[in-house]
Write a protein that binds this ligand. Structure first.
Ligand code: PBG
Length: 335
């Protein structure tokens, strides 16, 4: 030391972040990001007219349920402590207007009633509210003669589906079609039909994503032409657009909002969580599930460790509620 000053490190508190990592007990004590079973929602598929549960090739471990196997799987989820389930129906017959989506005898309405009777006191029975699972063309709305999705005509269908789901006893409706004005149309329809207390969880910031690939096998709803880029958000736009979608949905009466997919959109999730004071959900979608399962099946990653890490990441980015196909498994592990 040319100036004669000697630094005696023993006299100064040297920063040692590692001090808090030295034992499992310490790490557990100081950890502040936790996932609880009650925060998890299990997405479930129920298909009309099948004799037994049907495996989905691109989502190992996930099945299309019969009404019977659905009830059992929902009971298992509740036993594990999950906070909710969200239903997707796959009708035996599809048509241009998705008629079975609001048919009182349609598969999803029957399944809602089944689950409300079976587990309705112990978890929230939600339903996805969209048309793509029910239309023969696979788009989320009605088409014009030119083959474009007709925003305002679709709103009338969504309003009718909301009322049908509410009559079946649904706990929360979750519109996922990304039509402009959908939350307002659904709120007005529910209120007008005497269902003013049914909440709306809006898929507010939903991106046109390749991560939905396996879901389209599960729900048999791949668009027969084109894609969803004209209504779902462009991944190449910053979070500001998501905030605008969220603000519109809240103004129209959304009770909670969702960001979807999760892992590739954690920046959007954080921005939304910082901006609103309603519950924020994130959907860990089919492709996120499939990637981890495929890599784990090859022995390339530690399956459980990666699953837990992804959920912690989504939580850390601000999600209050996480929709995940691993809900039952993770809830069991957490208990
Ligand atoms: C639309 C809907 C989709 C998903 C949930 N709701 C498909 C889509 O928008 O193409 C995807 C969920 C997943 O990938 O797990 N009804």
């Amino acid at each position: 030391m040319t100036n004669g000053i000697r630094i005696d490190t023993a006299q100064f508190p040297v920063a040692r972040p590692r001090r808090l990592r030295t034992s499992a007990a310490l790490r557990r004590l100081v950890s502040d990001v936790r996932v609880a079973p009650a925060d998890l929602v299990l997405p479930m598929f129920v298909k009309e007219g099948i004799g037994g549960p049907a495996p989905i090739a691109s989502m190992p471990g996930v099945v299309q349920h019969t009404r019977d196997s659905l009830r059992k799987a929902a009971a298992e989820a509740v036993d594990a402590g999950v906070g909710g389930v969200i239903l997707f129906g796959i009708p035996a017959v599809k048509d241009g207007r998705g008629s079975s989506a609001d048919d009182p005898a349609g598969i999803v309405q029957l399944a809602i009633a089944d689950l409300v009777a079976e587990v309705g006191d112990q978890c929230v029975v939600m339903a996805d509210l969209c048309l793509d699972e029910y239309t023969d063309h696979g788009h989320c709305g009605l088409l014009t003669a030119a083959g474009e999705v007709d925003n305002d005509a679709t709103l009338e269908r969504y309003a009718s589906i909301a009322v049908a789901q509410a009559r079946a006893g649904v706990g929360v409706v979750a519109p996922s079609g990304m039509m402009d004005g959908q939350v307002g149309a659904i709120r007005a329809a529910l209120d007008g039909a005497g269902f003013g207390s049914v909440p709306i969880l809006a898929y507010s910031a939903k991106y046109a994503s390749g991560f939905y690939g396996p879901f389209r096998d599960a729900a048999e709803c791949a668009p027969q032409f084109g894609d969803r880029s004209a209504y779902q958000q462009d991944p190449a736009r910053s979070a500001g657009e998501a905030l605008r979608e969220v603000a519109l949905d809240l103004a129209e009466g959304a009770d909670a909002v969702m960001v979807k997919p999760a892992l590739a959109y954690l920046d959007v999730l954080r921005a939304v969580a910082d901006a609103v004071d309603v519950p924020v959900a994130a959907y860990q979608v089919s492709g996120e599930y499939a990637m981890v399962e495929a890599a784990a099946a090859n022995g390339w990653i530690d399956r459980e460790r990666v699953i837990d890490e992804t959920l912690i990441a989504v939580r850390r980015a601000g999600a209050d509620i996480i929709l995940t196909y691993w809900a039952t498994e993770v809830a069991r592990r957490l208990r």
